[in-house]
Design a protein around this ligand. Sequence first.
Ligand code: GRF
Length: 196
Amino acid sequence: MKRVAVLISGRGSNLRSLIAAEDGSYKIILVVSNVEGAGGLEKAREADIPVAVIPHQGKTREAFDGEIDRALRAAGAEIVVLAGFMRILSDGFVRGWEGRLINIHPSLLPAYKGTRVHQRVIEAGETQSGASVHFVVPELDAGPVIAQTGVPVHPSDTPETLAERVLEVEHRLYPEALKLLAKGNVTLKNGLAVFS
Ligand code: GRF
């Protein structure tokens, strides 16, 4: 059973799905938020999961990441899951958790990295979008994909309606991908996701 820490900044709907899907392969032992009032903190507390709030304001990236790193190691985390965590992590932090750090992104990576994804997808006239879970590497949203699922984009979609459709898929995809990693069925080797 792998000890998992989840990093959040917001409402934590993915956190909730990860809590609900816990099985013998992983257990969430800590939730860290950089935002004091993040809705996800309440979801963690309801599930009796320890929480830590580590604000980023007034700190260098390295100092902030150092604090997070110490909290994760003190809790004995083995896997770190980013779930709506809105800070870019330093190269040093990412290297320290290489192969054990994953993120979910609301597009079919490598398409539409970065922010304002749904708006850009709609503006480009795409007919398909989706969600991807990937290993985190220093370059933003560029790590090898572990799992992804597509959803249709409808002509009448707004960023909000598309976000909702993608989010439903995220809630199934993230626990599946985390279980692959927790069971050792996917590993990061030479910059590639290797499945066994
Ligand atoms: C999700 O859309 C995720 O793909 C993105 O941030 C959002 C987090 O939502 N990285 P929630 O806080 O899990 O509800």
